[in-house]
Every structure is written in C-alpha cells, then in structure tokens.
Design a protein around this ligand. Sequence first.
Ligand SMILES: [Fe+2]
Length: 298
Amino acid sequence: MSRKVTRRQFLSTLEAIGAAAALQPVSWALAAEESVEKATPRKVEKLTAAPTITIAHCCDPQLGFGNDADPETAYQNDLGKLAREIENLNKIKPDVVFFAGDMTHQVREIERDWPRMLPKIEAPIIVAPGNHDVPEPVTQGKLDAFCKVFKKEYDSVAINGWKIITINSQYCRPTDSVALYDTQVSWFQKELESAKEEGLRVIVGSHIPPFVKTLDEKDEYFNFPTNLRKTYLDYLVANGTLFYLAGHTHTTLERDYLGIPILNGETTSRNFDSRPYGFRLLKIDADLNYEWNFVAND
Ligand SMILES: [Fe+2]
C-alpha cells in the first residue's frame, strides 16, 4: 500500500478492517511467515485429547431466505430450522456460539423474532453482522438497529487461552462513515495486538470471508477486496490468529492461508451446494489438533 494516496482515496479503495495495518512500516508478510513457523492447526476426525475450546460455528440463519416461493412460508420454515439448531446447541453446550452473520434476510425483519430467540441459547453468543443485517453502506442508523437486537457490531471473548474476535466485514465495502470505520480498525488492532502480548491464541470471525477459493481470485460479492486481502491475512497471522471462521458463501468450504484454516460451514436457510442444514462444531486441543464436524439440523 503506497503512502502517497490521499486519505479519501485510501478510504474509497481500501475500506476494510486491518487497513491501518497496511500503512505501518512493518513487513506483515515476513512477520506472518515467522509466526506460522511455530505451529499450525492440524485437522483430525476425532480428538484424542480434551478440547481446550469448543465453538459452534453457525452460518447464515437468514430468516426468510429459504427455498419457498412464498416469502412468509420461507420465513417460518427458516425460523423452525433455527429453533431446531438452538435445541442442538443447548444439548451440545459449546463454550461459545458464533453466528457468522445474515441473521435475517430482510433487514426490516431483524427485530421480528431474534429478540425472543436469542435468550433461548444457553451458551455465550457472539455475532458478526452480515450484509443483510447491515446493508451497505454502513451508517450509524443501521448499526443502531443491529445493535438494538445483537448488542455489538464487533466483539471479542477470551476462553481458556483463546481469544475469539469478530468483526463487521461490511466495512470491506465503501462507506462515508469514516469515523465508524476508523473506530473499528483501531479497536481491532488493539484486540489483536493485546492478544499477542498476552499469549492468547486467536480465532477471527466475520461474515464475508477474505477469499472464497484462492488468495488471488478477483474481487466479487463473496470476498474481501484484493488490495487488502493479503495484508489483512498477514497481519492476522503475525498477531497470533490460528483460525478464520466465516459465513456469506452458503457453501461449505475449507481452505487455508499459511496453514491457517479458513472455514465456511452449512447454513439453516439455503445451501447453494445442496449440503444439509446444520452447523459446525469446532473443537481444538492444546496441540492445535482440531475437529470441525457437521451437526445436522435434526
Ligand atoms: Fe447469506
């Protein structure tokens, strides 16, 4: 990232979390490579040691997006699938439930059922807003509507030596709300860098994934802009990030960056790859062995 661009140019082309990192005189790529030399996660079918953390990774409940020609029927079907998901969550009792955004399909319906559904979930909940929850461009009014139901647009929680940090990836898209954007960037930097200082292992979650299939793929609806993508990921890895959890794609995907898994799980609204409805349970042991197994919505 050139230092010669004006602030306005910078914001219009690089509206995203971690952007400030791109301006720092540090080789994040080199720092990331040095960081991953230490250890990277290894997927197993079944852990042989007790997990240090168990996370339910729930993607796109998106009430009203399900497959039915009648919008109200689709909404009610999705609500029923969410209720079954909550039953499963309460049986499994994960340490934390991460919703990777798109809580509703029509933002005007965000308050329709979530205020009574959220308290049914017994585990701590952390939610990253989706593009259907805070449609672009980000404005204070849209954030207020989201936070009225879900409390925070970005958040973090520390559990057993891990820190889960969720961000509002809608700042990937152009916005004139510069102050809001700057506030999240500085918050995010502090969260990541303090996690590193404290020796916490980090999991980052957002609605939009950094990329869908390959790091060098073109900009599109489903990914972070290319002018940010690599620096953002290097910055995360250099600061102790070991997993990236996302939603948005409505397909189940496993890829990695420098050995760091980037995971997208099944939804309970609509899966474009015909996967069944449900969520993923991420369990990680102290040696970074992990399970990321499917929990069917039945
Ligand atoms: Fe979605």
